[in-house]
Ligand binder design. Sequence first.
Ligand SMILES: [Fe+2]
Length: 404
Amino acid sequence: MLTDRIEAKWIDCFERTLALCAVEAGDAVAILSETQSRPLNVHLAELALARLGARAFHVVVPTPAQNAPVPIRSTGASDAIGGLAPAIAALARSTLVVDLTVEGLLHAPELPEILADGARLLMVSNEHPEALERLVPDPALEQKVKAGFRMLRSAKEMRVTSDAGTDLSIRLEGARPGGVWGYCTKPSQVAHWPGGLCLAFPAAGSVSGRLVMAPGDVNLTFKRYLETPVTLTIEDDYVTRIEGPGADAALMESYFAAWGDREAYAVSHVGWGMNPAARWDAMTMYDRRDINGTELRAFAGNFLYSTGANEVAGRYTPGHFDLPMRGCTIELDGSTVIDRGALQGDLACPPPMSLQARAGRRSSFSTVSAAATKSGSRRWVRFPASGLWPGTCRATANRPHCRK
Ligand SMILES: [Fe+2]
């Protein structure tokens, strides 16, 4: 059992991650939370920011009433702010927003306005700090994720196959690619911790084929490893058939149907995990309330297929599945980037550093932070052109800082 108490080692972890976000003494940093946030992480963020000499302040909003027919989990689309203008203004005038809302602001409609004048945002996934501790960002991952992002950006087509029977074609022309390595240093940049993900939001009418989830693959909305196979037939972006002999297919069918919304069946994003420290089997070690499952999105070599909102395709729905799968082969324009679940070539990662080794590298975290700060302009600029959270929020279409 994990106990919710402050541990010095966890303040260290938050301090390292926030230092990687180039927090400097005197920076105005907003700690955004809601009444259902994990109090331990809110407190750890505050203590770590104090160590860094930042001028932190809290923005706390009441967790809003539920407005969906089913529980919503793990979407990254928080509705906690609810358009509240004074809260948005306070966040927008910060140097950094540490996002500790339950769902996170990655897809929140307020995000473009918060970023518009240069505030950057780190979403701390709603995990127990014991999980965050293992996944403190490693600066070595940044270049790997950027390499994957560039591959996605230049490719025209992704093909995904597996021994289980997956055979999926995804057109990438018109898609919006992105990448997250776990920290943000530049104005208007967005990251999440844990990080380690390359993904793309395809344009409308880009995905067709068959997705076969095997036992051991994951449904992160349910925080559940599949025990029975599920086959999804996908036609013109939409899941049109859900087949499987067990409870896993029935649960998916039921949750899809509960929305009463065709768009919930459509593709949201596709991509792969890049983080060698993230573990596929980690979910077995935690109670559901202890994790949000971001580690499973990021484990190196997964294929991550997601259904739900996709602004690039002009689709909006709160229904969302994130489905990390093992053992898939991913080709971009015929070139293999993942072979049966193993990253290839420039994307291949060295084994993860031990926690002890990371502790020994503590001084190098400060070095990275200082370097990032030195090179990072304080002028408010728009999203730089590489390796960024792509955003899917409703309002981003007309916002230049959210475009590639
Ligand atoms: Fe997702």
